[in-house]
Design a protein around this ligand. Structure first.
Ligand SMILES: [Zn+2]
Length: 134
């Protein structure tokens, strides 16, 4: 007998728990959305940033063997980069270690969306108790 299908709510709880655990790591906890990086979200809105996240993931993280893997994510210059360090989605080693997504294959559409969701969720959480502009 197969397990019952995982609901979206369960998946969300799972991701929140994982992001909380990752955020407790001292290196990850240092990252916050500040200055120009935060201003980009304020200016463009979260929906646009979510699209940027997908583009960045597609280009820099999703290939089976990403260019400069381990060093492909700058520390500033775009809110998505900061979020990637904070959520351990910065490179395929971190993605494997913290999110259980193995290296060596091109990320599936579902895996890309998962990463985008982790990034977006962290950015939104940086605005609590407010919400970022849409
Ligand atoms: Zn990394």
């Amino acid at each position: 007998m197969s397990a019952p299908p995982v609901t979206m709510a369960e998946m969300s709880d799972d991701l929140d728990d994982r992001l909380r655990r990752i955020g407790q790591h001292p290196f990850r906890a240092r990252f916050h959305l500040r200055g120009r990086d935060r201003a980009i979200v304020d200016l463009r809105g979260i929906e646009t940033i979510r699209r940027h996240a997908r583009e960045i993931v597609d280009q820099r993280l999703a290939p089976a063997e990403p260019r400069n893997d381990g060093k492909q994510t700058p520390y500033r210059g775009h809110p998505v980069f900061v979020a990637q360090h904070a959520t351990a989605t910065c490179c395929r080693t971190c993605l494997s270690r913290w999110h259980g997504i193995p290296k060596g294959h091109a990320l599936t559409d579902g895996e890309r969306e998962y990463v985008v969701k982790a990034i977006s969720r962290w950015i939104v959480a940086e605005y609590l108790p407010k919400t970022p502009p849409a």
